[in-house]
Design a protein around this ligand. Structure first.
Ligand code: ZN
Length: 337
């Protein structure tokens, strides 16, 4: 996949494209950031750019260069069958990159490129090299053959030897926002509604979004809504629930988002019960049940409390405090003492 098709990582990609266009590429990069946000895809795109047989914009004064994505070199790199582009990953039965794998890299690093202009090694996950392998790799990094490019991919930059870190230029990748995740999922064949649901539950990771079983996500959301609304009558149950939600890390953001969408539907159903305006089609019976038991004013007060919780979380407030306050506000809104 050429750079231009990668979603949501404009900053690292611009940096790499400019370096490539200006012939200023470093010999070794380390792509860091959360999992599933496009680090390996970008590494492959860079391998394509430097080996492409007809790169776009690759002329003096031309626009920034990119691979064509369709020539023999590009298609072979994408398929993992290019002799000058090597992916060093975890062997099937191992949790570490072995010293034998690194020795093979070292032996081939001093040979000339077969076909392409640049020999590329992509090590992913680079932090899976234990010390002997890492030290062997360091030797290769210290005396690189001309025309080699090393791309280390990791979620844990601090897990690499300092001597390796100091020889790599770090390129940071960030979590993907929901708009980009939705685009990626829709391109992958999801309907807009499925894409929106999976994107909201994926915590910024395309990998997680694509692996999400939507039925599981929906079931978990239904359970959450039932637990929260069903727990409002009992103070001890509510405080236990707040503790559980707060422990769930970034899950609290997702939980509040789910509750907000549900409350929105409850408010809409209060005003226009028969209208086809609900967001969560499959939760309709639960929406109607709650809407039959609370006033519009109460639903709006719950909605306001949930919005406030969302904003407070964005300021990194104590999750336990936010969850307790939210549930107590909801309890007060629906008229429980
Ligand atoms: Zn090409």
């Amino acid at each position: 996949m050429p750079f231009r098709d990668i979603c949501g990582q404009d900053r690292p990609i611009t940096l790499l494209q400019r370096a490539w266009t200006g012939r200023r590429l470093a010999q070794a990069y380390c792509f860091t950031g959360p999992s599933g946000v496009g680090k390996r895809t970008t590494a492959v795109a860079l391998a394509q750019a430097v080996n492409c047989l007809s790169p776009t914009g690759d002329v003096p004064g031309g626009e920034v260069a990119d691979a064509c994505g369709t020539c023999r070199a590009c298609t072979r790199i994408a398929a993992g069958r290019h002799p000058d582009v090597t992916m060093v990953t975890l062997p099937a039965d191992k949790t570490v990159i072995t010293i034998e794998q690194i020795r093979e890299v070292a032996a081939r690093a001093c040979l000339r490129a077969y076909e392409g202009a640049t020999k590329v090694w992509i090590l992913d996950p680079a932090d899976a090299m234990q010390e002997p392998a890492a030290n062997a790799f360091l030797k290769t990094l210290e005396e690189p053959a001309p025309g080699s490019l090393f791309i280390l991919v990791t979620t844990a930059f601090s897990g690499l030897l300092p001597t390796i870190r100091s020889r790599c230029q770090e390129v940071r990748f960030t979590a993907l926002d929901e708009t980009h995740l939705r685009t990626i999922l829709e391109r992958g064949g999801h309907t807009p509604q499925e894409a929106a649901e999976a994107a909201a539950a994926a915590g910024g990771s395309a990998e997680r979004a694509m692996s999400h079983d939507l039925r599981e996500v929906r079931a978990a959301r239904r359970r959450l809504v039932e637990d929260v609304w069903g727990g409002l009558g009992s103070l001890p149950a509510l405080l236990t629930l707040a503790e559980r939600l707060a422990k769930d890390g970034t899950g609290l953001d997702d939980a509040v988002e789910t509750l907000l969408a549900f409350t929105r539907d409850v408010a809409v159903a209060r005003v226009e019960p028969s209208a086809d305006l609900l967001l969560s089609a499959e939760g309709r019976s639960e929406v109607e049940r709650i809407a039959g038991n609370v006033s519009l004013a109460a639903a709006l007060r719950v909605h306001a409390a949930q919005r406030e919780a969302q904003e407070t979380l964005a300021w990194h407030a104590q999750p336990r405090f936010v969850a307790e306050r939210l549930l107590l506000e909801m309890r007060a809104a629906v008229g429980q003492k």
